[in-house]
Design a protein around this ligand. Structure first.
Ligand SMILES: C[S@@+](CC[C@H](N)C(=O)[O-])C[C@H]1O[C@@H](n2cnc3c(N)ncnc32)[C@H](O)[C@@H]1O
Length: 247
């Protein structure tokens, strides 16, 4: 079923890609917007509740700001909070993030289970990046926050990695963009590669559900088909957007 959550300022809430830590609004407003989005996701049956530890989220944010080398990112503070909260609520044993560039998107997910924002113990948190140099930088960044190795980066094609992953996938985060004609359309290939290992209740998060929508038609058809995903919502709280789907 197709559903939308939309703030009245999603178009004007614009970040500086080179300066991702710059606050864009009072913290209370950011928290309230994400709370509203989580409530909409709960009401749609996509998450069971909306509770997450706000102090841990800020500890996570501070550590990333201090320790990560981020050349640029399109993950806004609202989106960072939403992704962290979804992981803190769903508490996936196994999480795979596909197309993670410098690792910021990956740690926004994994930070709910490793580092100072950790609120549960995970089994495997894997970020997959096809460009070896970017994967190396992401791995360096992640090691600074998680010496344990539960969170790790793999230099690989996400389709191949997800296909070969033998364990259940409880949360799949999609952010890869294929360099050719397909672009963000590669999300569907990655999802199809892992769909049969996603148990009931597993979440799929797809970044760029707004500004990548032109390339995501077939992906939306797939996740908005109730036979495959009982509920899916386009969360529009910044100009990029996140499609959140529950299996
Ligand atoms: C645009 S970046 C994502 C950046 C992220 N949205 C952010 O704001 O930080 C997409 C990444 O996906 C990677 N990528 C493209 N195809 C991939 C594939 N098949 N498997 C894994 N990574 C891939 C690219 O190398 C690139 O680093």
């Amino acid at each position: 079923m197709t559903q939308t959550f939309r703030t009245d300022d999603w178009q004007s809430y614009c970040m500086d890609y080179q300066n991702p830590h710059r606050p864009l609004e009072p913290l209370e407003r950011e928290i309230a917007v994400v709370d509203e989005a989580l409530a909409a996701l709960r009401d749609a049956g996509i998450v069971p509740h909306t509770n997450y530890d706000r102090d841990r989220m800020l500890a996570h944010r501070r550590a990333v700001q201090e320790l990560f080398e981020i050349p640029w990112t399109a993950i806004s503070p609202r989106m960072q909070r939403l992704i962290y909260a979804l992981n803190a609520i769903a508490q996936p044993d196994n999480m795979i993030a596909a197309g993670i560039f410098c690792g910021f998107t990956f740690i926004s997910n994994a930070g709910a289970a490793v580092g100072p924002g950790a609120c549960y113990a995970a089994d495997q948190l894997v970020g997959v990046e096809i460009q070896p140099q970017e994967a190396e930088r992401a791995e360096r960044n992640v090691r600074r926050i998680d010496p344990s190795g539960v969170a790790r980066i793999v230099a690989d094609d996400a389709i191949a990695f997800v296909s070969a992953f033998a364990e259940p996938i409880h949360l799949l985060y999609l952010d890869a963009n294929e360099g050719g004609q397909k672009g963000k359309g590669i999300y569907l290939d990655i999802l199809e590669a892992g769909y049969d290992r996603m148990p009931r209740g597993a979440l799929t998060l797809a970044h760029n559900s707004i500004n990548g929508a032109d390339e995501l038609g077939a992906y939306f058809d797939f996740v908005r088909d109730p036979a495959r995903f009982p509920a899916s919502m386009n969360v529009m709280l910044d100009p990029e957007g996140l499609e959140v789907s529950v299996k």
